[in-house]
Design a protein around this ligand. Structure first.
Ligand SMILES: [Mg+2]
Length: 327
């Protein structure tokens, strides 16, 4: 058995409790049994060392995050995450690294009741790819393309903390020690909004997960829905970690343009507001209404502070990636 077969055996140790995995790791392909009258939702994301993370990132965080970002895409579609495959390219075989990486991956997979059903391992520059598959009842997927003028815009939680965590890890910003855990956890261990995504089935007109920054990701909804939006900067949910660390304008810059928060941004027609409240009444989910879809220039987002127009003093680039500005 060569060392890469050893790695495969390493991941095969994980036992999932899912009964819908007919054939899992160890065959030429996995066989799974989707639920009756359901559709499959499939998402893939890759993370490359030197592009999406640097060599100081803990391997446990990498395992968590490569699964989390994929599960987050499923959440944004309203799907229930079910199965994962992993393609791993490693420069060398390092047992300790694999222990930590797989622990991070399996923690989140188990949390969301997802089974790892297959994968591949090769030698090369460190590259992580997960494909996640989820299920939802036929016709219930939430796309980016059906927002309408008048719909309310919501986000599921605080924005900008992951960007702050990255700035702290790169020693561009210092935070008080009481905020350190929060900003690092938001950067390294995001928790996808799976329950909210499912609660939005049939009522949200559009949804996206915030991976590239609110302006960029909301912009995707607006472009695909052929609409514009007004966003109230005074309504954006900001953590104490963010507001106690940064000047007001910088805090807004992080909230609006830094990525990796993996909150959901969604649009909701007025007539479904009550239904959303009912569906989440007995949960810890507290989405915040931050603005409204309007007609006008496709993709344009106007910022307002109360009743007034608001602009950054210096121009911002939506979706600016703090790690790599070529992205
Ligand atoms: Mg996404």
């Amino acid at each position: 058995m060569d060392e890469f077969n050893l790695i495969d055996a390493f991941f095969a140790r994980h036992q999932s409790r899912r009964r819908d995995v007919v054939i899992g790791i160890g065959d030429d392909g996995a066989v799974v049994q989707p639920a009756a009258e359901h559709e499959l939702v499939i998402a893939t994301d890759t993370m490359v060392e030197g592009v999406h993370f640097d060599s100081t990132t803990p391997p446990r965080a990498l395992g968590h995050k490569i699964a989390a970002v994929n599960i987050s895409d499923l959440a944004a579609m309203g799907a229930e995450p079910s199965w994962l495959t992993l393609a791993l390219t490693l420069p060398r075989v390092d047992r300790d690294w694999l222990e930590e990486f797989s622990a991070g991956l399996f923690e989140i997979a188990d949390y969301y009741h997802c089974a790892l059903v297959g994968g591949d391992t090769t030698r090369g520059p460190l590259t992580l790819t997960v494909t996640a598959q989820g299920q939802l009842p036929k016709g219930k997927a939430i796309s980016r393309g059906k927002a309408k003028p008048g719909d309310w815009i919501y986000v599921s939680g605080d924005l900008g903390d992951a960007g702050l965590g990255l700035a702290v890890s790169q020693q561009r910003v210092e935070v008080a020690s009481r905020h350190l855990k929060r900003v690092y956890d938001k950067l390294h261990y995001p928790m996808p909004r799976v329950a909210l995504g499912q609660a939005l089935r049939g009522i949200a007109s559009a949804c996206i997960d915030v991976s590239d920054g609110l302006l960029a990701d909301l912009g995707q909804i607006l472009k695909q829905s052929n609409c514009a939006a007004q966003v109230q900067i005074d309504k954006l949910p900001l953590s104490l970690a963010l507001t106690e660390t940064l000047e007001a304008e910088d805090a807004l810059r992080y909230a609006l343009t830094s990525g990796d928060d993996y909150e959901l941004c969604f649009t909701l027609p007025e007539q479904h507001r009550g239904q959303l409240e009912t569906r989440i009444a007995h949960t810890a989910i507290k989405p915040v209404c931050i603005g409204q879809v309007v007609g006008g220039d496709k993709g344009k987002i106007r910022l307002r502070d109360g009743a007034d127009e608001w602009q950054f003093a210096a121009a911002v680039q939506p979706g600016y990636n703090h790690f790599n500005d070529n992205d």
